[in-house]
Structures are given as C-alpha cells and as structure tokens.
Design a protein around this ligand. Structure first.
Ligand code: NAP
Length: 255
C-alpha cells in the first residue's frame, strides 16, 4: 500500500518495532517524524531511510513523558499536517506487587500510558482534519500476565482500554484508533529493560520458539505488516481493534 504524502509520527522510532516500522513505511512513501531520546540511534534510522531514497524524515529528539506538546507541534510545523500517530514507545521492567517501588510504578505508567493519552489528546485536532488514525503498540501482556510483570501488564491493559475508549469517542469524527498486541518480538527491549546480554537475549528467544504454534517468535517485519494494514485505507471499517500479532501463542495458554 502506498503512503505517499501521508505524515506519520512514530514514538520510539530509534529501536526495535518503531524503527522497523519507520523504515518500512518510509519506503512506502510516508513522511515520518522519528521520536526518541537517543539521537545517535535516531540519526542512524534517519540515514537508513535517506539511503533508501525514501522521503527525508524529521528527527525529533524528545522524551514522550515531558515533551508531548513539542513533539506534535514540531511535526505539524514541519510537514503541515498529521495523518497517523503511532504510539509505540514504552519501557519494560520487572516487579511484583510485594516488592514494587511506587516510583517505579509511576515511571512505567507515565511512559506507557499517561504520555500516550497526552500525545493522543494533542494529536486529535490535527488527525480530525486529515481523517487519519491512531495506532497504539500494546502487548499480549494486556490480556495475559506473566511472573514479575506487574506494572508492565497493568500499563498494557490500560492501553487496550484506552484504545477502545478512544475509538468509540472518535469514530464520529472520522478518526480510527486501533492497537496491535504483539507477543515476543525480536528487539533490544530485553537488553534495555531486563539488562540481558545480547547472548542471553538470543538464548531466551531460542527457548521461546516452542511456546508458539507457528514454531517461531515474532520479527519486526511481522509487526510492521500489521501496522501497515491497520493504518491503511483498506482497514477503514476497523476501529477499536486489539489486533493480535502472536503466532497463535495466546491459544496455547503457555505464554
Ligand atoms: N519486543 C517485544 O517482545 C514486544 C512485545 C509486545 C509489545 N511490545 C511493545 O512494542 C513497543 C516497542 O518495543 P520494542 O520491543 O521495539 O522496544 P525497544 O527496542 O526497547 O524500543 C523502545 C523504544 O521506545 C523509546 N522510548 C522509551 N521511553 C521513551 C521516552 N520516555 N521517550 C521517548 N522514547 C522512548 C526508545 O527510544 P529511546 O531509548 O531513544 O528514548 C525506543 O525507541 C513497546 O510498546 C513494547 O511494549 C514489544
């Protein structure tokens, strides 16, 4: 599908799922605003896009917790409009109800939920004008808990309800809101969020393959394909969807 002349803002575009989606959608003609805190990694993704002769992206070094207004304003000032907001940035941390520091709970909820609400609220007036849409990157953790995952699971359950609530409230304005809910996707999140070495992360990915009926874990190309479909015009009858990208994993009750 072509996204020529579409303006797409992607948070967490410096790594993993967001970075892959940025490159993928750029190659389909989209003008992308790349948001993240790590400028070196953002510039690397920007160079990858430019080297593919795709439309030059806008790099916005920003923290979604504190800079939501600047993120939306810089995007609209630069490109003149906003068609799609992809709320992808989030952080992972391990905690149980018996041991969680409330400051840690607040950090997760501010990043994974509050900032999504704020960015969405600020983006809606612009997306109403373009009859565009919003895509949240949630997780199967919003449906199913795993050990040591209290705050992250709560945050993703909240993103699921936020997606449905926003979809209902914005439908009559012509704005769709959907989420993808991935299972395990091969990205650096376990190295950054759980302090795994890259070798431990690879061993973890390998050991998880058997949990999935399809016999493999997910790749960023799987999430990009789902995102492309949901934000595109062929999904015009789809809103409020929590779209599983999980290789059938939830069917087995093992995850
Ligand atoms: N990988 C999986 O198995 C999996 C499964 C289900 C759902 N997900 C979800 O997929 C999304 C992307 O995860 P990923 O696996 O691609 O993780 P990742 O590789 O660690 O990327 C996370 C991205 O979020 C950005 N980010 C985090 N906090 C930020 C902040 N305060 N302000 C701005 N940017 C921030 C990071 O950028 P900077 O460091 O540059 O700020 C980075 O670009 C998340 O919502 C995650 O919950 C992942």
């Amino acid at each position: 599908m072509s996204f020529a002349n579409k303006v797409i803002l992607i948070t967490g575009a410096s790594s993993g799922i967001g970075a892959h989606a940025a490159v993928h959608l750029s190659k389909k003609g989209a003008n992308i605003a790349l948001v993240g805190r790590n400028i070196e990694r953002l510039n690397k993704i920007s160079d990858q896009i430019k080297n593919a002769n795709a439309p030059t992206p806008l790099v916005i070094r920003a923290d979604i917790v504190t800079d939501a207004e600047r993120i939306i304003n810089e995007t609209v000032n630069h490109f003149g409009k906003l068609d799609v907001l992809i709320n992808n940035a989030a952080i992972l941390s391990r905690n149980t109800v018996a041991h969680i520091e409330l400051a840690e709970y607040d950090r997760i909820m501010r990043t994974n939920v509050r900032s999504v609400i704020e960015l969405t609220k600020l983006a809606v007036p612009h997306i109403e004008k373009t009859k565009g849409n919003i895509l949240n990157v949630s997780s199967i953790a919003g449906f199913r808990v795993r050990p040591n995952s209290l705050a992250y699971s709560i945050s993703k359950a909240a993103v699921n309800q936020l997606t449905k609530s926003a979809a209902l409230d914005l439908a009559q304005k012509g704005v769709r809101v959907n989420a993808i809910c991935p299972a395990l996707i091969r990205t650096p999140i376990f190295e950054t969020g759980e302090n795994m070495s890259s070798q431990d992360a690879e061993e973890f990915f390998e050991s998880c393959k058997k949990l999935y009926p399809v016999g493999r874990i997910g790749e960023c190309s799987d999430t990009s394909a789902a995102i492309e479909f949901l934000i595109g015009d062929s999904a015009s009858f789809i809103t409020g969807s929590l779209f599983l990208v999980d290789g059938g994993g939830l069917l087995l009750h093992k995850l």
